[in-house]
Ligand binder design. Structure first.
Ligand code: PEP
Ligand code: MN
Length: 369
């Protein structure tokens, strides 16, 4: 059961204490308080754990400070919608992330050198984009492939982010030490930018890593769906993050490993955008680059990457992670799927067109006044 407190009732308030006191009078019931920081306000929720099935909702709803009491019928206790019609997002570095917002994160799959990072950030600044991706730690199939420059590249990546007004960088981490390295490098650079800690598909069920990013609240998390597990398993993985206290999570669809996806690198799963939005309160990202994995062109002149992007956007995706590179032939990771700078305008114009179409589709679905 979840007791949702009225707006701006703080976790340490007397009102919350009174509700907990009453809840814990029931045998085998334990209460946990969670504060969810939204972009405009915070929300306090009290989770009643244990034998709650026979407890009535009404006595809790009689407290003046209680908004409502909800019985959790479905799974996903923390990230699920349940009967909550209000779906809160979060704000990070002045940027709002929710199921109503939309952001593009074009950038380098892997940081290779300073010149290429600078060229990328300059392109974004010229287009007024303040969000990007940049991989420092690369989990690779072969131990002989480029593994990323790691902590060595962080100082120049963060310095250039400050120079080009980049507010948020999506950056994959594969161990607890990487969070500390990122934190130290950001502090040394004077915190010129923010980092979205990316959990890659290969770590989707690395429960210890999930607990690490879930128990810190400095950085939001971009969780990439496991490539070979069910959607339910991936959503439960997000519960590991949220139940640790960090509710600032974005769920990213990136395709499923299956030969049925051939000739694409993965089977594009963007029809699950509305499913994740329905089942959870999380903003949903798509990664067309790692889903499609190559730059094949359809007869209409658009790349398969454009088409996959459009499929996600028309279904309501809130974020797009996409690989660009000034010189893909020099890229140390995933060059063949990276779009080049000459393709930037077409990509962005297409994205804007399809997002507008999605917004108009939503208006069609509204009841007539
Ligand atoms: C990436 O985004 O660089 C990446 C490795 O993605 P994924 O974990 O989805 O393969
Ligand atoms: Mn990649």
């Amino acid at each position: 059961m979840i007791i949702v407190m009225k707006a701006d009732v703080l976790p340490e308030s007397d009102e919350v204490r009174q509700v907990i006191q009453m809840a814990e009078r029931y045998p085998d019931v334990h209460a946990e308080v969670r504060q969810i920081q939204g972009s405009t306000r915070s929300l306090t929720e009290i989770y009643l754990l244990g034998s709650t099935t026979s407890i009535a909702l009404e006595p809790f709803e009689e407290f003046p400070a209680v908004e409502k009491a909800i019985r959790i019928r479905e799974r996903y206790r923390s990230i699920g919608r349940h009967d909550r019609d209000e779906v809160m997002g979060f704000e990070y570095r002045g940027i709002e992330f929710s199921q109503d917002t939309f952001h593009v994160f074009p950038g380098l799959c892997a940081v290779d050198n300073r010149d290429n990072v600078e060229a990328m950030f300059r392109l974004l600044k010229d287009r007024g984009i303040r969000t990007t991706r940049a991989g420092a730690y690369k989990p690779r199939t072969s131990p002989y492939d480029f593994q990323g420059h790691g902590a060595d590249c962080l100082p120049f990546v963060f310095e250039l982010a400050g120079k080009y007004d980049i507010a948020v960088i999506a950056m994959e981490i594969t161990s607890e030490g990487h969070v500390e390295e990122i934190h130290e490098a950001l502090e040394s650079a004077g915190n010129p930018t923010g980092v979205l800690l990316q959990i890659g598909t290969r770590n989707a069920q690395n429960f210890e890593l999930l607990k690490v990013v879930g128990s810190q609240t400095d950085y939001p998390v971009l969780f990439k769906r496991g490539m070979g597990i069910t959607l339910d398993e991936s959503l439960n993985a997000c519960e590991y993050i949220a139940s640790g206290g960090n509710h600032r999570i974005i769920f990213c669809l990136r395709g499923m490993k299956s030969q049925f996806g051939d000739p694409h690198r993965n089977f594009v799963d963007f029809s699950h955008v509305p499913v994740v939005r329905r089942l959870t309160r999380l903003p949903v990202c798509i990664d067309p680059s790692h889903s499609v994995g190559k730059k094949t062109v359809a007869p209409d002149g658009l790349l398969d990457i454009h088409h996959a992007t459009a499929q996600g956007l028309i279904a309501g995706a809130n974020m797009v992670l996409v690989d660009f590179h000034p010189k893909p032939e020099e890229a140390l990771c995933d060059g063949p799927q990276a779009l080049v700078f000459d393709e930037f305008e077409l990509f962005m114009n297409d994205v804007e067109l399809v997002r507008d179409a999605y917004v108009n589709r939503c208006k069609l679905a509204q009841p007539a006044p």
